[in-house]
Design a binder for this molecule. Sequence first.
Ligand code: PHE
Length: 453
Amino acid sequence: MAVSTESRHGMWSSRWLFVLAAAGSAVGLGNIWKFPYIAGENGGGAFVLIYLACVAFVGLPIMMAEVLIGREGRQSPINTMRALVQQHHRSPAWVLIGWMGVLAGFLILSYYTVIAGWALYYIFEMASGAMTGASGDVAASTFNDFLADPWQLLFWQTLFMAGTVFIVARGVIKGLETAIRWFMPLLFVLLFVLLGYAVTTEGFQQGWDFMFAFNWETVSGDTVLIAMGQAFFTLSLGMGAIMAYGAYVPSSASIGSTVAIIAGLDTLVAVAAGLAIFPIVFANGLEPGQGPGLMFVTIPLAFGQMPLGALFGTLFFVLVSFAAITSAISISEPALAYLVETYNAKRSRVAISLGVISWIIGIGTVLSFNLWADVHIVGERTFFDFVDHVSQNIMLPLGGMLIALFAAWGLPKTVVGSQLGLQKPWVNVVWKLLCGVVAPLGVAVVFVATLFG
Ligand code: PHE
């Protein structure tokens, strides 16, 4: 069977548009909302450094593996895996990678839209001027009052889900490429404005130390598992999102350098967000480990104290919402592409059905912050904590490990060599070592250590 050079869903118009789309998928709530609060909850420095190591040694090779598999198969992850195992006579069990990714996608999208809804709410909160000159206490109580009202959360979650479904239904390439071109650079600029403000606060040194001072005492098996899960989440790895996008990449693009740029951008945004947020935490006597609300308290607080803060603050939450929507659409792409291919279904119909299912699961997350705050599923976890933990810390790393193993050991050398352009033998050895040994073994060791530690 000849390898196809086109996908039926369309193709990115160039390598750079793939970079933008994949960066749009990678840069999202994971960087600006999740990374700072998880780092805060896990003691800062040691967590951050372990996370960076996971990005470099586990994330990068796995991202290359996803793009190469996607581009080789040119279909949704499930059908791509099906075609590849048939063509190369491998066990059909590998197709489970695709199915697990679809399931993880539903779970992640379900809570992702709830949190993104908070960002939508804050667009209006900032624009109203309510946060101008507000104290730390006011910022915190504004947020807590908001969380306490399930109807509010439900409203914003629904709005965000509707927006996601709308874009997905129209096809990713039409609406998104143009928008990403403008919004991503603007987000960078605003983050750096915030960073500039953070540098002038008296908490900057403390914030810096909190993020980069490594101390072993805070490291446990769990810290490493959470850092690894975060690396997968932030790079959109392990569930086929990048594999699905990889199917639309032109054959001429170099995978290695493209992936390095995407991961570099993503890391830059996460580190900038942390360095913008922690100094504000310390300067205002707030708690770094306060959990999911961290960004929604510190950022409004900081803008509230700046000249033209209402304007910039509004713009900031617009951009966060935008970063979130470019990620949300990629989370649904594997399931969507699969249903369109398999049942020849209309993209818009499929988008609505997927959105409704995920919206229903998301109601559990909405309630986790109010009516169900004391309902615990397995140990101390609320519904949100549980869904988040299972998808991010277990399903994504497991999926990523299998993807790496398949790319390194399941595909013939010639296929990998031509996809990655591996001409020199030593490059091939490095690739095999990273993708076939270091990355999967790293995931396995962390799993085993957490299980017994
Ligand atoms: N990477 C996205 C973020 O950081 C989330 C995401 C996870 C997107 C998994 C796609 C797949 O917000």
